[in-house]
Write a protein that binds this ligand. Structure first.
Ligand SMILES: [Zn+2]
Length: 59
């Protein structure tokens, strides 16, 4: 699959966009795609526990 980076909006696509509307559509699609990726990979970040780690007793 050949990808072209649109010089106007920077979104990779099959072709560079010929109209502003095409760029807007591509950007919105890119945002939606990125959101789905972020939602699927979201992991709870470890809380900053410097100096207050409960340190459970492991036996
Ligand atoms: Zn574009």
């Amino acid at each position: 699959m050949k990808a072209v980076i649109c010089p106007f909006c920077g979104v990779a696509g099959e072709v560079s966009h010929q109209t502003q509307q095409a760029c807007i559509d591509a950007l919105q699609a890119e945002i939606a795609r990125t959101r789905r990726i972020l939602e699927s990979v979201t992991e709870p970040l470890p809380a900053a526990s410097i100096g207050e780690d409960p340190d459970p007793q492991v036996t």
